[in-house]
Design a protein around this ligand. Sequence first.
Ligand code: SF4
Ligand code: SF4
Length: 320
Amino acid sequence: MANLLWLQGGACSGNTMSFLNAEEPSACDLVTDFGINILWHPSLGMELGDNLQKLLRDCISGATPLDIFVFEGTVVNAPNGTGQWNRFAGRPMKDWVRELCDAAQFVVAIGDCATWGGIPAAAPNPSDSEGLQFLKRTHGGFLGTEFISKAGLPVINIPGCPAHPDWITQIVIAVATGRMADIDLDDLQRPKTFFSSFTQTGCTRNMHFAYKVSATKFGQRKGCLFYDLGCRGAFTHSPCNRILWNRQSSKTRAGMPCIGCTEPEFPFFDLAPGTVFKTHTVMGIPNELPEGLNRKGYIDLTMATKSAAPTWTEEDIFVV
Ligand code: SF4
Ligand code: SF4
């Protein structure tokens, strides 16, 4: 039996919604089949008021062993470092978070807000938000660079806006069943099993990418979304086309560009007008190119492949 506590800071509840939609296993399966005891969760917890405060204090004191502390949302520091803009159970949430992280065997940050700061930390960041151990790509965040949990690991980061239900449940199960040693973390403390490949890996539009055949409208059933619509699939670490959403599709399969939601820079360009769903180019060459490809290589490649594109690449094909 592993005790899990889930709290939420500055967030939209998207990761909670994603978690509650998990299917294989479901949130119920975690309890019945994998021995995870959910002590409290913002949408599932029954305790309120004094009872909730006691539950949290028992976790901090060790009276209730805290195996996994999951945090969703940013740590809100405003105003002036007090955290008073995000109060919870009688005190600033950030004070609970600090003490619970120190008490937990494992700390898991779910979603972009808890990992890197996400949308709340976009400039001008009025809530003075940060992620648990990162602010964007800068290591440190709320807990600082030196933080390791009682089991000896830094914060386990599962980014995404929201994170896919399977990324959440699989890591929680690995932790709860003592298999965390099998899971490598990358430099950004993300499990490599999910975040080594790119969104583009497995995308049904890869042939169109290779032949430089472009989609120019959302939902179009042909063409790659990289050349005109700003798809970030070639440089975003995610398994969205390997572990499908709702077991059947993904953004790019449905004709929507990947906006890079698992990367620390998300939302890119702080959502400045005209920056989203648009490929930024200089003299027709995208400013950002797939990892390992330089501008000359891009020109050579696209000239050759575009002229070699078979006729079927211009046909309306089923890519969902
Ligand atoms: S649509 Fe996006 S992910 Fe798919 S092949 Fe094109 S650039 Fe890559
Ligand atoms: S396709 Fe891109 S934007 Fe969409 S969920 Fe996956 S990583 Fe995030």
